[in-house]
Design a protein. Structure first.
Length: 370
């Protein structure tokens, strides 16, 4: 009788806050050796913070993290990061070093690997990620997808037992997403390595994962096999999230490219065959709130646009500061927004979640025959 895999990552009561805002709240989680876990959930629910706490890029406020049975409070950080590789949203390659040199740097300086051994390993890794012909290219000569594949090879060069991926495709052009996901999928199939992947790519998460962590409100709100979470979720928030077919997220400040943003909204609407009148309504509502509320009163904003299986369009605005609901004021913007909501049967909800203002809208699908 074969032994069951050991617990590779165990988290107990993990808490982390920033500027008085609780991001992780008594989070518990376990990942077994060789298991692939995808971490999904709305923006701002602590997914990336969870990963960054695992390898101590963020210091937890309280709680315990055990990696292969050892409490991270009792382990040297450099030893921890040798055991645990991480791939970030941004590629963070050294621009003055070639692809090969980027991959060789950590093994030769931190592991004191002989240069020839590190070079041979780097060439093997470049072949693994499909870039064997790019050994002497510099980062600026590579596409975003190629740079991210180099970043994956660089993390693997330290021969980690655990790999953490923090939204590895979020900074990529849509045409480059599949090449990076393909490398991760191949790595999962071949290596037997323990992996934790924060991703918004739901189809990918469903295909690759042994288990899914759905995070909400700073905790693992629900977990289960990919089949359980995607077909039979038990809890309301999980069901609401999973029924979204696609989402796009934007982190915005007052200097962002409004015209480029507007074009992306229109591209999303066209991709999902949203009717012209509903597309115009969507843009009108967003523009009114931005021009007459968010630009005037909010410093930073995370905006998420989603589409459900029923073709409902979901908008989510999350922003910091004191409680501030644009729909309860008596100014022109609020009156306009309320009139649009009432006229078009739009559902709206305002809450304070994890210390942030969260305003959500649902534009119903157009009924057949209308």
């Amino acid at each position: 009788m074969s032994e069951s895999p050991k617990d590779m990552v165990v988290v107990k009561g993990l808490c982390k806050s920033f500027n008085g805002v609780n991001v992780l709240r008594d989070l518990d989680a376990t990942i077994k050796q060789g298991e692939i876990v995808s971490i999904v959930g709305p923006s701002g629910t602590g997914k990336s913070t969870f990963l960054r706490c695992l390898n101590l890029l963020e210091t937890p406020d309280s709680g315990d993290i055990f990696i292969d049975g050892v409490n991270t409070q009792e382990i040297d950080v450099r030893m921890l990061r040798r055991k645990m590789g991480m791939v970030f949203q941004q590629f963070n390659l050294f621009p003055h070093l070639s692809t090969l040199e980027n991959i060789m740097l950590a093994p030769t300086t931190l592991l004191k690997e002989p240069k020839q051994e590190a070079e041979e390993h780097a060439y093997d890794l470049l072949e693994k990620v499909g870039l064997s012909g790019k050994a002497w290219a510099f980062p600026w000569e590579l596409s975003g997808g190629q740079q991210q594949r180099v970043a994956i090879a660089r993390a693997l060069a330290m021969r980690p037992e655990i790999m953490l991926f923090d939204e590895p495709t979020s900074a990529l052009d849509p045409t480059m997403v599949n090449e990076v996901l393909g490398v991760i999928r191949s790595l999962a199939d071949e290596s037997g390595m323990t992996m934790a992947i924060v991703t918004h790519e739901m189809r990918f998460a469903r295909e690759i994962s042994d288990r899914i962590f759905y995070m909400d409100q700073g905790v693992v709100y629900e977990e289960g096999t990919a089949e359980q979470i995607f077909t039979r979720p038990k809890r309301d928030r999980t069901r609401a999230f999973i029924r979204r077919v696609d989402t796009v997220r934007y982190d915005l400040d007052k200097d962002f490219d409004y015209y480029g943003f507007d074009a992306k909204i229109d591209d999303f609407a066209m991709k999902h065959l949203i009717e012209q009148d509903r597309r115009e309504l969507l843009v009108e509502l967003i523009e009114e709130l931005f021009d007459n509320f968010f630009f005037l009163k909010v410093e930073e904003l995370t905006f998420t646009l989603g589409i459900t299986e029923k073709k409902e369009v979901e908008l989510r605005f999350a922003y910091g500061g004191p409680e501030l609901n644009p729909l309860v004021a008596d100014d022109a913007a609020s009156l306009f927004a309320r009139n649009v909501i009432l006229t078009n049967c739009i559902e709206e909800e305002f809450n304070i979640i994890d210390g942030k203002n969260v305003l959500e809208f649902v534009l119903p699908a157009k009924k057949k025959g209308n």
